[in-house]
Design a protein around this ligand. Structure first.
Ligand SMILES: Nc1nc2c(ncn2[C@@H]2O[C@H](COP(=O)(O)OP(=O)(O)O)[C@@H](O)[C@H]2O)c(=O)[nH]1
Ligand SMILES: [Mg+2]
Length: 321
């Protein structure tokens, strides 16, 4: 029988160090990559085994319950399109709700998701870290008379952490990308079981997979501390010297990103990329896929420097007052 790594789901093998599941001694429970990740925070970049659509197809071939997780900083059209592709029965879960500023009511976010992304399914908020709503799964499975639930979502949504929380499990979790590499079945009790899935990936990523320190900083998942800037005609907002935003005029910007990222207000550009322009109406969010969003109060035509314009989306304000 093939034995799988209990950390990432890869089949254990002892012949190719560069391939997933490598371990010297096949008696071990964790592959070398998981061992290094757990003990030294080190990762190697694996070639991803499943493309997004393959994962969605595998799960859609089974009429079990589908739980799709995303955190508040990774809500954008691309992520919501993946949720729409999932067949019923399904639920949208806003994970890591401990990071959402306390002043924002869940009901406001739910209404926004329903109108802006046409979500018709139930939406709930959980936090594995703070133990909020983590038991909803059992009630749902009982209610639906089902035995199995898939946990899906983009990489770093918190799927494996959640399963570990429910099962005292030992799946490897980290703030790096693609920690879980294959499907992992975990019994919840004698009746129910959960399936962890490899994370989906955004089409474009602001960070290169080699920027491990930056990825760790960008995915610190501490509670969001919004930063507000009152801008002048010539203000430039620079994020980690990867993004520059200018030409917002006299305006008010509130930045919702992970705390670890370096954000500066400056008056001279330091980023040698070309600008592209984008029109915003009053009280819009400039979404930077995968890292968060910036609320901009007054209509303007922004100039943006970023390596790929597909990383940007505009939407009405999610926290609209
Ligand atoms: N603040 C906070 N962070 C969380 C929570 N759940 C997971 N995380 C963090 O999110 C990152 C990704 O978690 P992981 O479970 O590996 O995500 P997966 O790729 O979806 O399996 C890790 O750094 C976790 O510590 C939560 O409830 N609150
Ligand atoms: Mg995982």
């Amino acid at each position: 029988m093939t034995k799988k790594c209990i950390g990432c789901g890869s089949v254990l093998q002892n012949f190719d160090e560069k391939k997933p599941g490598y371990v010297k001694d096949l008696q071990k429970d964790y592959c070398m990559r998981c061992f290094k990740l757990i003990n030294y925070g080190k990762t190697s970049i694996e070639k991803i085994k499943y493309m997004n659509d393959e994962i969605i197809n595998i799960v859609n071939n089974d009429n079990s319950y589908k739980i799709f997780l995303t955190d508040i900083l990774n809500i954008n059209q691309e992520v919501m399109d993946s949720f729409h592709k999932l067949l019923e029965p399904k639920i949208l879960v806003i994970s890591k709700c401990d990071i959402i500023p306390k002043s924002i009511k869940n009901s406001k976010i739910i209404n926004f998701l329903k109108t802006n992304y046409q979500i018709k399914n139930e939406i709930i908020f959980i936090s594995s870290k703070k133990n909020i709503n983590t038991n909803f799964i059992i009630n749902k499975l009982v209610e639906l008379n089902m035995k199995k639930a898939y946990l899906l979502g983009y990489t770093n949504a918190g799927k494996s952490t959640y399963i570990n929380k429910l099962t005292n499990g030992k799946i490897t979790t980290s703030n790096l990308y693609n920690t879980t590499l294959d499907f992992i079945n975990i019994p919840l009790d004698e009746t129910f079981y959960l399936v962890d899935t490899p994370g989906l990936n955004l089409k474009n990523n602001l960070f290169s997979p080699k920027d491990i320190n930056l990825i760790k900083k960008a995915n610190s998942f501490k509670s969001i501390k919004p930063i507000t800037y009152q801008t002048k005609e010539n203000s430039i907002i620079n994020i980690e010297n990867l993004i520059e935003i200018s030409n917002m005029g006299i305006n008010s910007l509130t930045i919702y990103l992970n705390q670890g990222l370096n954000i500066k207000r400056q008056f001279k550009s330091t980023l040698s990329l070309s600008n592209f322009s984008i029109d915003l109406s009053n009280n819009s969010d400039l979404v930077i896929k995968g890292i968060g969003f910036i609320n901009i109060k007054k209509e303007c035509t922004l100039d943006i420097k970023i390596k790929d314009s597909n990383l940007i989306e505009i939407r009405p304000s999610i926290f609209r007052k």
